[in-house]
Write a protein that binds this ligand. Structure first.
Ligand code: IMP
Ligand code: MG
Length: 169
């Protein structure tokens, strides 16, 4: 669906936008959502020139492709978010549930600012959620690669692709 070259090009463009927007911020705290965002965060953080620090959080994950169960924080940030310019870095926006939860949770910790950066977005998230930096809008299909998984597989693929019917069963 999206080649490694297109991803790299878009990551560079997003990094340039972030560099511009945070030029006077002092430092950006990039909060990566494990595990799907690890490759995106690695590439994005290296493409930036503004001062940045990195931390990770983790949430309870989907069972395969079903969204049953809701969102639960299982690993919190190590650092305090108070007074920081927080940038949540997420792999994919589907229902919007995850990002809405994180914005509520971390917004309450009195950050200096809080923004979101999402690599891919599926159509019509049920929950309206603020996306400040977006890589790509994609069709409503399960995608893997570049950090994204299906049943914890395919994360290391350099591109983003869809699964065949056989792989989904
Ligand atoms: P949301 O809370 O429904 O927006 O879902 C966000 C989370 O669901 C992401 O962080 C992913 O972990 C997972 N997810 C949703 N769609 C996909 C997909 O197509 N491929 C891999 N993971 C997905
Ligand atoms: Mg995720």
């Amino acid at each position: 669906m999206i080649s490694a070259e297109r991803i790299a090009g878009r990551v560079a463009e997003i990094a340039a936008e972030i560099d511009r927007d945070y030029a006077d911020a002092g430092e950006v705290l990039m909060l990566g959502v494990l595990r799907g965002a690890y490759i995106f965060l690695a590439d994005l953080s290296r493409a930036l020139t503004v001062p940045r620090s990195i931390d990770f959080i983790a949430l309870s994950s989907y069972e395969k492709t079903s969204s049953a169960g809701g969102v639960r924080l299982i690993l919190d940030a190590r650092v305090s978010l108070t007074g920081k310019h927080v940038l949540i870095v997420e792999d994919i926006l589907d229902s919007g549930q995850t990002l809405a939860y994180l914005l509520r949770l971390f917004g309450a910790r009195r950050p200096a600012s809080i923004r979101t950066c999402v690599l891919v977005r599926k159509p019509d998230p049920g929950i309206e959620v603020q996306v400040d930096y977006l890589g790509f809008d994609i069709p409503d299909e399960w995608v893997v690669g570049y950090g994204l998984d299906y049943d914890d597989k395919y994360r290391a693929l350099p591109f983003i692709g869809t699964l065949s019917r056989e792989a989904l069963t």
